[in-house]
Design a binder for this molecule. Structure first.
Ligand SMILES: [Zn+2]
Length: 223
């Protein structure tokens, strides 16, 4: 097994997310491992050079535990983490948020002919360029579609792992015209029952890009 440092969590000390996702910073964050058994971080460039895979320690641990839960539930499914925060937070072009280590972009899980599909999942930053119609079908190849059920299962796993650490899912950003398909799935219904908040309005620019990934902001539960 590879013992390379990038397959471990990096960072130490007590994490502190200051300010908000729109204007904030991160102290003593953690960098995600580059990959695990059923997930990977999407780009070497942003991971190593630009240091954009950092989050609050609790967000890191909750995310990794959620992948363990998913591994049990859906062993065939692989996941991908996209943009997080800079090592010390702050502005991160082109995002308006992602400033204090509580925001993560997750690649939308895909299927091809109804089987988990990871072809485009593994193309690094190009994943952000994928486009889908209002039914979640890939514009380039309609056999490839967003797996809303697995997306919802992942969100439920995240919420469960977050709660254990005094966190919760504060906000999910998903393209407006995909939400009906998402909430129509069995697990999507459970997400709704739990009252996990999905943004009700997004500006056209922001809306347009939230099909190939869903953005999640975590919040801290008050003690
Ligand atoms: Zn985002």
């Amino acid at each position: 097994m590879c013992q390379c440092s990038y397959n471990k969590i990096k960072g130490k000390g007590r994490s502190l997310s200051k300010g908000s996702v729109k204007k904030g910073s991160l102290k003593n964050g953690r960098r995600f491992p580059k990959k695990g058994t059923n997930f990977k971080y999407f780009s070497k460039l942003t991971y190593f050079i630009d240091n954009r895979a950092w989050v609050h320690e609790k967000v890191c641990m909750a995310t990794l535990e959620a992948y363990k839960i998913c591994e049990q539930m859906m062993p065939e499914r692989k996941f991908m983490i996209m943009e997080c925060s800079h090592r010390k937070g702050g502005k991160m072009f082109p995002h308006r948020t992602h400033q204090n280590g509580t925001s993560i972009d997750f690649a939308s899980p895909l299927t091809k002919n109804n089987h988990p599909y990871h072809g485009d999942q593994w193309k690094g930053i190009w994943h952000y360029g994928l486009q889908f119609d209002e039914k979640g079908r890939c514009m380039r190849n309609k056999k490839i579609r967003i797996d809303f059920e697995d997306m919802a299962k992942h969100i439920l796993a995240l919420e469960k792992a977050a709660k254990k650490r005094g966190l919760y899912i504060k906000k999910v950003l998903l393209k407006m015209n995909l939400k009906d398909d998402f909430f129509a799935t069995p697990s999507g219904k459970k997400v709704k029952e739990k009252g996990i908040y999905f943004a009700r309005y997004l500006t056209p620019m922001i809306d347009m890009v939230h099909d190939d990934h869903y953005h999640i902001d975590f919040g801290f539960l008050k003690k």
